[in-house]
Design a protein around this ligand. Structure first.
Ligand code: MLT
Length: 247
């Protein structure tokens, strides 16, 4: 009897809390496209940097790792934040607006949550850098990849979840609702639906309020614009580059 290939709908999952990050290997990521969100601000900044000609971004989990990488890539620019501020001795902080004129640069980036989440996805079939800025481009990319599993990975803030990341994960899940959703994906979707738009969710979030109180409203205004960029970052062998591919 001829064997019939049975194609199952894509499983759609979400990682909502950063405490889940060390356990991603048990979430079937080897067959998954992982889309990492750190809306305020790491992944929004990375997508912006790549859109504006940055050649590559190397995420580092710690300041020490970033400084070691700098020895290997002496021409690289050190960027990132701790407690939202530029790190002493680094050239750039973590505002997307600081990355508009770094054409051709290699950036070594370390941030409190975003770069940790990206590195936790090593081992996934595909790791994409997600933002609200490139939501439509992500949807097109996922459709063309047609993976067995999609995992929206929320970086969180410190040791807790971040509303803006879960909102973005839910906005992605919304486009794949016919697929099999885990409870976590359904939770992200419910969070997304409970806010009228990205701007409202970002401003209501703890990160959003912290940035506003520190005179960084411009970073929120930049990151909250849905689908204004076509750029997607893809991480291969620990290095993020613009994904040069037509969908
Ligand atoms: C992070 O990675 O935790 C952030 O993006 C924080 C920030 O930029 O303020």
């Amino acid at each position: 009897m001829a064997r019939v290939a049975i194609t199952h709908p894509m499983i759609v999952d979400a990682v909502i809390h950063p405490a889940e990050l060390p356990h991603l290997a048990h979430r079937g990521i080897a067959e998954a496209v992982c889309v990492v969100f750190d809306i305020l601000r790491a992944t929004s900044t990375m997508v912006t940097a790549l859109e504006h000609g940055v050649e590559k971004i190397i995420p580092a989990a710690s300041i020490e790792e970033a400084l070691l990488l700098k020895q290997r890539y002496p021409h690289a620019v050190l960027g990132g934040e701790r407690h939202g501020d530029k790190i002493a001795g680094f050239q750039l902080g973590n505002s997307p607006l600081e990355y508009l004129d770094q054409r051709g640069a290699t950036i070594i980036s370390t941030t409190t949550n975003g770069t940790i989440a990206l590195k936790a996805c090593v081992g996934a079939s595909v790791v994409l850098v997600g933002a609200i800025l490139n939501l439509n481009a992500l949807i097109k990319a996922i459709n063309s990849l047609s993976p067995a599993r999609l995992v929206a990975v929320c970086s969180g803030t410190g040791h807790g979840p971040a509303l803006e990341d879960v909102w973005a994960a839910g906005a992605l899940v919304e486009h794949f609702q016919t697929a099999r959703c885990t409870d976590a994906a359904s939770i992200a979707l419910a969070v997304c639906k409970s806010h009228p738009n990205a701007a409202e969710a970002l401003r209501a979030s703890k990160n959003g309020r912290a940035l506003q109180s520190r005179d960084k409203l411009k970073d929120i205004e930049w990151a909250e614009r849905p689908s204004v960029l076509e750029t997607i970052g893809i991480m291969r062998a620990g290095v993020i580059r613009k994904w040069e591919r037509d969908f």
